[in-house]
Design a protein around this ligand. Structure first.
Ligand code: SAM
Ligand code: SF4
Length: 329
């Protein structure tokens, strides 16, 4: 069993996109009320006095859309300033990234994953349910700004949806040839509101790899922070290709992470609500950070059981009542 030292922190459950596989329009979402969000102070206290002492050293900021969180640059700066922080990264849709990229980098963020499901602005806007002026260019500008600011590695996340963007897999893979960008293909998961795309099924990483292999050949690759991704490279390319196969492959036994929701629930497994702890309420009730550490330690001890419960159930899509945007996918 891997050491669990990686915490994904959802800074906010709201988003400026409505991706059809995540939070489609028309679906009722119960947003977290402002007073229920962890304050910056509570979040930083939990990281410094609870998570770091029990062994977490790697943090990823996510959401919803993390860049919508007020004072996000300050939050980055504070987390980066803890001497125990070995790795600080973010997953963003990139829409408001361009003017913030340099500030985030200067504040200490070093790795960034930007979601880019299509190179075609029309398909991109369909996926994010945008009917106004295309939003693609601003995301692309965000990617360029992150590249110029020096983010390394810079990863582009692509959720592959049959008959929506799967025809673009070779074009997206080709982005890695001339630039050291790292494109990661994620198997689409019919979880939360994702069921709206669910009828289309999903395409396995293996099939995508074969398509790419047929065009260019593929060799094994390496990129830092590859987590559950299997990494390959087009021969001679500057960047790499990652394949995240949570639908076709169970990697519960390699799981090294927990998730903290924007309202302070610590969740040991993405797809399973077992064992979660309401850290915010405990903190507000005056439970000491020493006691919270103990509770988190106890949760760490039973995490393997929770992971395997899901694996043994024979499905990779477990029980959930929250969407990816609410859990902080
Ligand atoms: N808003 C940010 C973004 O889109 O990058 C961060 C939060 S989003 C929930 C994190 C990641 O989860 C994104 O890469 C997104 O594509 C992925 N995701 C959301 N719903 C998904 C689903 N049903 N299946 C697979 N990946 C999903
Ligand atoms: Fe927003 Fe990210 Fe979900 Fe898309 S995937 S709706 S950008 S949280």
């Amino acid at each position: 069993m891997n050491q669990v030292d990686y915490l994904r922190i959802s800074l906010i459950d709201r988003c400026n996109f409505r991706c059809q596989y995540c939070m489609p329009e028309g679906e009722e979402l119960n947003y977290i009320l402002k007073q229920q969000l962890l304050t910056n102070e509570e979040l930083l206290t939990l990281i410094k006095e609870v998570f770091i002492p029990v062994g977490f050293t790697r943090f990823r900021l996510t959401g919803g859309e993390p860049l919508l969180r007020p004072n996000v640059v300050e939050i980055v700066k504070q987390i980066a300033s803890f001497p125990e922080t070995k790795d600080l990264s973010m997953t963003t849709n990139g829409f408001v990234l361009a003017p913030m990229a340099q500030n985030l980098y200067d504040a200490g963020l070093r790795r960034i994953n930007i979601s880019l499901d299509s190179l075609d602005p029309v398909i991109f806007d369909q996926i994010i349910s945008n009917r106004g002026r295309s939003r693609w260019q601003k995301v692309w500008d965000g990617i360029q700004a992150a590249y110029e600011a020096g983010f390394d590695p810079l990863k582009l996340n692509v959720v592959v949806i049959p008959d929506v963007n799967d025809r673009e897999v070779l074009d997206l893979a080709a982005l890695t040839i001339d630039k050291d960008w790292h494109v990661r293909f994620i198997e689409f998961m019919p979880i939360g509101n994702g069921h709206l795309f669910g009828d289309r099924g999903w395409i396995s990483s293996e099939e995508l790899r074969q398509r790419i292999h047929k065009r260019w050949g593929l060799t094994e690759g390496h990129v830092s922070g590859n987590g559950p991704a299997d990494v390959f490279q087009i021969p001679g390319a500057k960047g790499t290709l990652g394949f995240i196969s949570q639908m076709s492959e169970c990697f519960c036994d390699r799981c090294n992470r927990m998730r903290l929701s924007a309202d302070g629930w610590l969740r040991p497994c993405l797809l399973n609500e077992a064992g979660q702890i309401d850290l915010k309420t405990l903190l507000r009730e005056g439970v000491s950070t020493l006691q919270l550490r103990e509770q988190v330690r106890e949760l760490l001890a039973i995490k393997p059981e929770i992971n395997f419960k899901l694996r043994d159930s024979g499905t990779n899509v477990g029980n959930y009542t929250r969407t990816m945007s609410q859990i902080g996918g």
